[in-house]
Design a binder for this molecule. Structure first.
Ligand SMILES: [Zn+2]
Length: 451
């Protein structure tokens, strides 16, 4: 992939990218961003307290990354007024802090941890001369669940049920238009069956509480891979699911597979995205370079975007695989990794589902059948439910909404769930017409309201 060097060519490419991203003609970003004045840290026993002093309020979310352990705090519409630094304290859970601008208007702060922590967070309004504050208490010595987005619902004010958003599932039917994809022995075209499966999945996603589908391609036309990613990003997709049907010379091979991007593939493409984004920021500031730290900034963002979304992609892929097992043969029980261009979104968890082998005569028949297409869509929806039960971002109905439904997470028990909602096991069973305690991850339970 040789990069063109001619400035004219590059300008043209940038313009094309900006047009595709809908950035041309957009107003300049609002300047009234919340400023983070400093980050303070104190240690009390096993608890490390971090305080962000800010000149206003900011919505925030946080999540963990592992190996090495990091805690990431994203502040919406915020910026660092000064370089954020903490004094070194070997008793604290934090080794170092880094920060970088994100998405043009947000601030990402990364804490390198000495050990895993259990974070709690809350916000404080200005009082007694102290400014707006975001407080994190990091408790070492408590086990943490792997990269579960922390729901900061308790700490958020003015967040009612109505302004919680739906999670957005970008559904990408592979190929289209002049690109038929693989063709089965009986002439079935991949582009047609994957669009049918995508439509069935979109229907289900749209009728799910707290989820919304965005079809990347809704008809029989061709879209370049980059355009598909850009459409998903423009729709603020929480996940990207690309649907395909495999083909191979050996016609006896069958089964479904789920892919995610290999890390090798991500780095070059993610770097490209970042370069684009930085160029846009550059342009929107009137051509003035922001500062001289582009390399370290790029590296921080790259590292974060990749490890975050690859880890989430892996979880999503795993949840999908365990559901696809119910529908038919899964070719490989583990997530496969490959360098698919369409999965190279640095910040949207992305997977590619090869639903079945269109080159296998019996699977080709199945791929055409409404019942198999429906079972596939059902399985993928259950996989999505299971994924979002642990990975929905704060501010979504699934993460922060007042539940009248509970999506079962791996490892939960019926009696544990009953406890959590202060119900008796019998009440929970009868509201859901279940007679025994057999439940599965992703299953939706109705939570009866108090009368
Ligand atoms: Zn394909």
């Amino acid at each position: 992939m040789g990069q063109p060097t001619s400035p004219n060519l590059r300008r043209r490419q940038l313009l094309r990218a900006m047009t595709a991203l809908g950035l041309v003609g957009m107003p300049l970003p609002a300047l009234a961003r919340t400023g983070v004045q400093r980050v303070r840290m104190s240690v009390d026993g096993d608890t490390t307290r971090v305080v962000f002093d800010m000149d206003g309020e900011a919505d925030y979310s946080m999540f963990h990354l592992q190996s090495p352990d990091r805690l990431v705090v994203d502040l919406e519409n915020a910026r660092a007024i000064e370089d954020l630094a903490i004094s070194d304290n070997p008793r604290s859970a934090i080794k170092a802090v880094r920060h970088a601008a994100r998405n043009g208007s947000d601030l990402r702060v990364v804490f390198d941890l000495r050990k895993p922590v259990e974070p709690r967070s809350f916000v404080l309004m200005p009082a007694q001369g102290a400014p707006h504050r975001l407080v994190l208490d990091l408790n070492a010595g408590e086990a943490i669940a792997p990269r579960v987005a922390e729901n900061s619902n308790g700490a958020r004010r003015g967040r009612s049920q109505e302004n919680l958003r739906d999670v957005v599932v970008a559904i990408d039917a592979g190929h289209g238009g002049h690109d038929p994809g693989a063709i089965g022995p009986a002439g079935t075209r991949e582009k047609d069956v994957v669009l049918q499966i995508a439509r069935r999945l979109a229907e289900r996603v749209d009728s799910e509480r707290g989820m919304k589908a965005v079809m990347i391609r809704s008809g029989d036309y061709f879209l370049p891979l980059r355009e598909r990613i850009e459409r998903a990003r423009k729709a603020d997709a929480d996940v990207f699911v690309s649907i395909h049907a495999d083909a191979i010379a050996n016609r006896s091979v069958q089964g479904s597979s789920v892919y995610m991007l290999s890390e090798r593939g991500a780095s070059s493409e993610a770097a490209r995205f970042l370069a684009q984004r930085e160029n846009q920021a550059d342009l929107s500031l009137g051509g003035v370079p922001i500062n001289g730290k582009d390399d370290s900034l790029t590296n921080v963002l790259l590292d974060l975007a990749q490890s975050g979304s690859l880890e989430a992609s892996n979880t999503l892929a795993e949840r999908m695989i365990s559901e696809l097992h119910r529908v038919g043969k899964v070719r490989k029980p583990e997530v496969e990794r490959a360098n698919f261009a369409v999965l190279r979104s640095p910040d949207v968890p992305s997977i590619l589902v090869e639903a079945a082998f269109i080159s296998n005569p019996s699977e080709e028949r199945k791929l055409r059948s409404a019942s198999f297409q429906s079972s596939l869509a059902d399985a993928m929806l259950t996989g999505l439910r299971s994924y979002f039960s642990t990975h929905a971002r704060p501010g979504t109905l699934i993460a922060d909404g007042q539940p009248d439904q509970h999506i079962i997470r791996p490892g939960e028990t019926l009696s544990g769930i009953a406890d959590r909602y202060s119900l008796s096991l019998a009440e929970l069973r009868s509201a859901n017409n279940v007679s025994d305690d057999r439940i599965y991850a992703g299953q939706v339970l109705q939570i009866p309201r108090d009368s």
